[in-house]
Design a protein around this ligand. Structure first.
Ligand code: X8Z
Ligand code: ZN
Length: 493
């Protein structure tokens, strides 16, 4: 349970009501530019604007429109913090943040130090990418909008939360190194519907030796957004009965991002099924970062070579377009790193009382600037509650797991590629169809939570420590290229 209930029944009821109402506010959230009587835009609609518009004014409106769902959550959020902390203290933790940090087979403080160590390992890579993106955006939008002397405005990065920058790849594509294909266009041209996209994901896992998903998965999952009611579209995976009733819930659109997310969600399902033979106590991942990393590890094997093998791509781009391929992936995975870290940095400060409700938004933007080097599109105040516009904050889902996953998936990928006998550069490796890699992966998945996570990590990789050298190795050619491009430009902020 991520949010511990206090013993007092009235307080515990109040807490669950608050949590339900915050989640529901997020799920119902929309922006109605012409007032509630006019046409309203859902989060999916607004995300489409963030992804495709290149008009700073329009982007700013969409950004602010979505963030307007959150101010009404602020008071309830602050009350939730008080009640949940009470529950945490009753079970022996200093606060909810300390409770969350206690799930990693090490002292809570050692865990925070571990995160900081990993961040220091990858920060130079992030900073190089950030610098390049910033001067390219300055070229595109002009110094009045973006400047090398300031953090990047959050609405120009192609994503509502500036956590995945893939959508602005066309503005940043390296000359002469473009891979020459766009998976979104391929999915559209080949008319691959949401269910078809899920089948591609399933077949990848099957190619590694995993059994097909049960019939009920196809009957009971939600793949598309229902027209007749509000649902939480944020993708999730479910294991209803700890036997065979696996499902995903997603509002799939015909786009590359969702193709990746499908693999992410299926990773949860295949992990769940692999550990369901364990005793109930151990039916979980080695730590929550492992759960988030499995599907992403598979998605790293969605290379041009793989797309060609499954008939989605005709020509594999030459090695000379590697920088383009790496750049596209880095805009997702490297751009994400500081975001993955700061969400829980903020919540830990909130739960510990270091940040009080009078400073929620200020502390939020300080972390956004410190770690991501970004700034809000326009002045914000404590009238706003910008963290609440992110699903995991409204829904109280811990987030450090995604940061861990962003590092671990490369460590897993490197080990699996090694296992498969692959020798070339990591970013061209696909373990598709490789049964040895599949068996090695399954060995770790089947352990569930029965051993401390370093042992699970060792079962797959032979390594006992989380380690960012794999992600650095993966992007090494890009890092070198970025540093070349950034000569004469300001780096860091
Ligand atoms: O929430 C998710 C998954 C569901 S567990 C889709 N992710 C984080 C996010 O969307 O913020 C995956 C990447 C990070
Ligand atoms: Zn997930």
């Amino acid at each position: 349970m991520d949010i511990p209930a206090p013993r007092d029944t009235a307080e515990s009821t109040e807490l669950s009501q608050i949590n339900a109402s915050l989640q529901s506010d997020y799920g119902k959230g929309k922006w109605c530019p012409d007032g509630p009587q006019g046409k309203c835009l859902s989060l999916n609609d607004l995300e489409r604007i963030m992804a495709t518009s290149r008009d700073p004014k329009e982007l700013e409106r969409a950004w602010a429109g979505w963030h307007a769902i959150a101010p009404p959550m602020r008071k309830r959020y602050a009350r939730m913090v008080v009640l949940a902390n009470k529950g945490a203290r009753e079970t022996g933790f200093a606060d909810v943040g300390a409770m969350w940090r206690s799930n990693y087979d090490m002292a809570p403080d050692a865990f925070s130090a571990e995160l900081d160590r990993l961040w220091q390992q990858v920060r130079p890579l992030y900073v190089s990418l950030h610098a390049y993106v910033r001067w390219k955006l300055e070229e595109k939008y002009g110094t009045g909008v973006v400047s090398e002397d300031r953090p990047i405005p959050a609405h120009l990065l192609g994503n509502m939360w500036s956590q995945d920058w893939t959508n602005i790849y066309p503005l940043l594509a390296p000359a002469n190194a473009d891979p020459g294909y766009d998976l979104t266009e391929i999915l559209k041209a080949k008319k691959i519907e949401p269910v078809g996209m899920v089948h591609y994901g399933e077949r990848f896992f099957m190619s590694l030796g995993f059994a097909a998903l049960p019939q009920t998965f196809w009957e009971r999952s939600m793949f598309t957004k229902p027209q007749d009611r509000d649902v939480v579209c944020h993708a999730s995976a479910w294991d209803i009965d700890y036997v065979e009733d696996l499902r995903i819930k997603m509002c799939i659109e015909q786009k590359s991002e969702d193709f990746t997310t499908i693999h992410h969600e299926l990773g949860h399902n295949f992990y769940q099924r692999a550990y369901d033979t364990q005793s109930p106590l151990f039916r979980n991942s080695a730590n929550d970062g492992f759960h988030e990393a499995i599907g992403d590890t598979i998605a790293l094997s969605v290379t041009p070579e793989y797309l060609k093998q499954i008939g989605l791509l005709e020509n594999v781009p030459p090695a000379s377009s590697d920088i383009g391929l790496l750049m596209k992936r880095a805009l997702d995975k490297v751009a994400f790193l500081p975001f993955g870290l700061l969400i829980d940095k903020w919540r830990w400060e909130v739960f510990s009382g270091q940040v009080t409700p009078e400073n929620y938004n200020k502390a939020w933007w300080e972390l956004r600037e410190k770690y991501q080097g970004i700034a809000p599109p326009s002045a914000r105040s404590e009238e706003d509650f910008d963290p609440g516009a992110k699903y995991h904050v409204a829904a109280n889902v811990p987030y450090a797991r995604y940061f861990l996953a962003a590092i671990l998936q490369y460590q897993f990928h490197r080990a699996l590629c090694r296992e498969s006998g692959y020798k070339g550069p990591l970013h061209r490796c696909s373990i598709y169809n490789n049964k040895e890699a599949g068996a090695r992966l399954n060995k770790m998945l089947a352990m569930g939570e029965s051993r401390p996570w370093p042992e699970a990590l060792e079962a797959l990789t032979g390594e006992k420590q989380m380690d960012a050298t794999a992600i650095l190795e993966y992007y090494a050619p890009l890092k070198q290229w970025l540093d070349e491009q950034n000569k004469g430009h300001k780096v860091d902020w």
